[in-house]
Design a protein around this ligand. Sequence first.
Ligand SMILES: [Zn+2]
Length: 205
Amino acid sequence: METALRDRLHLRLAGRSKSQLIEEMICRSPHRSASQKVVAGLKVYPLLMLLMARDYPTRIWVLDRDEKPSSAAILDSAARLRRWHSQGIQIDDCEGLTDVVDGQIAVVVSWKSLLTIRHEFAHASTTFLSPKVRSALEVLYRRALDQDALVEPLAGESLGEYVACAMSYCFFDDLREELAAKDLPLYRLVDGILRKADAISQQLI
Ligand SMILES: [Zn+2]
């Protein structure tokens, strides 16, 4: 990494830890243990990705049990009305969602599932992928659709879901193996993105 870029990122980080960056993104949580679970769940992400998401900015609205995603006050009516996926499922059929609202990334997620927490944040962090990486992912997505190399049906819904499923799977040993077995080029690419972000993060602390 160029020295000038490293210095800029170092200044932006201002000594904050991963936990601090995540806490700053959480704009609402039903109780302390819910935020603690989200912080623990997202700490697996490279510091660089957390910093970029925090500064975009990204706001995380943590849902309690039985709360519906549509109840999140950070969503606007367009985001609430949008239908997701081919089955035309509605917002409240989802365990979480990520959308851009008023120029900010809005992540709405229940604290119940680590996989869902990591999946939703993957949508936020893939916002920052370069056009080059994006085109490489697009090629792999087409290939995976043709060869039926999807880890789950959700991954076939869009390029965004394909990548978010892959990235969140990378943070669990068993799921990472499953991804590598099903779609090795995707696993290599996403794992490489995370490793590179980790290597840059090391230079910032
Ligand atoms: Zn998703």
